[in-house]
Design a protein around this ligand. Structure first.
Ligand code: NAI
Length: 460
């Protein structure tokens, strides 16, 4: 007799959501987590703490740049970085305890410790064997190492160290102009750090719509971030109290020095001590766990979801897979629409996207049209100093069906979901254009972009 119907390894957004859904579907469920708190990378050292620091640094920016414009004279604001970190830690605590509460409420057992798969239907944690009919691997990811770069999480840091610095550095070099580099870089730039981003490619945010990427980089430059593009970092090491970094641009090697170097060059699946390989588990050529359309691995009774398998390393993608795999295990039909997974960069302004980029449509030879609308024409955005940015809607030239949306501007990460729902329903740009949007809201800019796909926007 098995102890459990399902044991999930890992309690990040993929794992904990899967555990709750399994329990809701009547399965006897346990979740193995070795950290002191539940929630994985996202809640402990990722999405949630970074959003706290983004909010704090944005508020500081508002106080220093916009308060007097609105007639608020609060004197020169000062940063108490210790308190800012304490606020961040409190936010983490509230969220991780929230998951603990949800586990208790749904009768999910938390098996504390690091789990290993030691046989068919067997997960061993601290020497105790737990049996399960099904095992779901949701062990997440960790920062990839970069050759020649020695991370100590104090002077040369990954996102983990960048979230927990003891003081605000005077200077910081960010390796990689991806999501982590730009989110954390903009936090510290707003707090007064001189930030230089060194990126291998000639554009920021690889894979994003190029037009949005260009506008994004322009806005970040305006905020004080410096960029060295087309530069491959060769090495970074601690020299006395500083970090020294060598990059190669063309044939030339250059050296930079800063108080802190942040390595943000991607993440890789985390499988240390998991025992999946010893079970004969198959990986892809990129080192991810290989799964079929129902998240089954090649080993009977073992499933895998989230960052440890292929696809974008996003908490919400893992959550969707967590719910879907629970349905599959319960004998129902789990489904994830990988064509409609939004991506958001939580800078100020935010950047968000869903569906195909213009570059992808060109490559696929799709006949498309573009509806664009600038936030300069949006009354609400101007009232809150957020007129920079635009909405870009891509629709099929013949059928008007929405194929993608890319936006940079206020609350972009929330606005994108109107288009996600529209795409799930196979909506046309006209469907969005004919939907009444409350005035004055940022969402009117989305409607105007939809109108621009037809007879034209009103406020352009
Ligand atoms: P990334 O893959 O987004 O960007 C890494 C960048 O580093 C690339 O632009 C690459 O060209 C550059 N690079 C690589 N090697 C280099 C070298 N030697 N010299 C110079 N540049 C180099 O990776 P990132 O930002 O570390 O994020 C990791 C994962 O975490 C991503 O999958 C991301 O989607 C996810 N994430 C998502 C967030 C969100 O949705 N808001 C927030 C944080 C992370």
């Amino acid at each position: 007799m098995s102890d459990y119907d399902v044991i999930i390894i890992g309690s990040g957004p993929g794992g904990y959501v899967c555990a709750i859904r399994c329990a809701q579907l009547g399965l006897k469920t346990a979740c193995v987590e070795g950290r002191e708190t539940l929630g994985g990378t996202c809640l402990n050292i990722g999405c949630i703490p970074s959003k706290a620091l983004l909010h704090a640094s944005h508020s500081y920016h508002e106080a220093t740049h916009n308060f007097t414009k609105m007639g608020i004279n609060a004197g020169a604001p000062k940063i108490d970085f210790k308190q800012m970190q304490a606020y961040k830690d409190d936010v983490i605590g509230q969220n991780t305890k929230g998951i603990e509460f949800l586990f208790k409420k749904n009768k999910v057992d938390w098996i504390k410790g690091w789990g290993s798969i030691t046989g068919a239907g067997e997960v061993t944690v601290d020497g105790t064997v737990h049996k399960a009919k099904n095992i779901v691997i949701a062990s997440g990811s960790e920062p990839s190492a970069l050759k020649g770069v020695e991370v100590d999480e104090k002077t040369i840091v990954t996102s983990t160290g960048a979230l927990a610095l003891g003081k605000i550095p005077k200077s910081m070099i960010v390796i990689g102009a991806g999501v982590i580099g730009l989110e954390m870089g903009s936090v510290y730039a707003r707090l007064g750090t001189e930030v230089t981003v060194v990126e291998y490619l000639d554009h920021v945010t690889p894979g994003a719509d190029k037009e949005v990427g260009k506008a994004f980089q322009r806005l970040l430059k305006k905020q004080g971030l410096k960029f060295i593009m087309g530069a491959a970092v060769q090495s970074a090491k601690k020299v006395k109290t500083k970090a020294e970094l060598v990059y190669k641009k063309g044939d030339k090697e250059e050296t930079l020095s800063a108080d802190v170097v942040l390595v943000a060059t991607g993440r890789k699946p985390f499988m240390d001590g998991l025992g999946f390989d010893a079970m004969g588990g198959a990986l892809t050529d990129r080192g991810q766990i290989n799964v079929d359309a129902n998240w089954r691995t090649n080993v009977d009774g073992i499933f895998a979801i989230g960052d440890v398998i292929a696809g974008p390393m996003l908490a919400h993608k893992a959550e969707d897979e967590g719910m879907a795999v629970a349905e599959v295990i319960a004998g129902k039909h789990g489904h994830v629409n990988y064509g409609v997974i939004p991506g958001v960069i939580y800078t100020s302004p935010e950047v968000a996207s869903v569906g195909a980029t213009e570059e992808q449509l060109k490559e696929q030879g799709v006949d498309y049209k573009v509806g664009k609308f600038s936030f300069m024409g949006n009354g609400r955005a101007k009232a809150v100093f957020m007129g920079d940015g635009f909405v870009k809607l891509l629709a099929d030239a013949r059928t008007d069906q929405i194929l993608g949306c890319h936006l940079i501007g206020p609350a972009a990460g929330d606005l994108i979901h109107e288009i996600c729902v529209a795409m799930e329903f196979g909506a046309s740009a006209q469907d969005v254009a004919m939907t009444c949007h409350a005035h004055p809201t940022f969402s009117e800019a989305v409607r105007e972009a939809a109108l621009a796909c037809g007879d034209g926007a009103i406020h352009a």
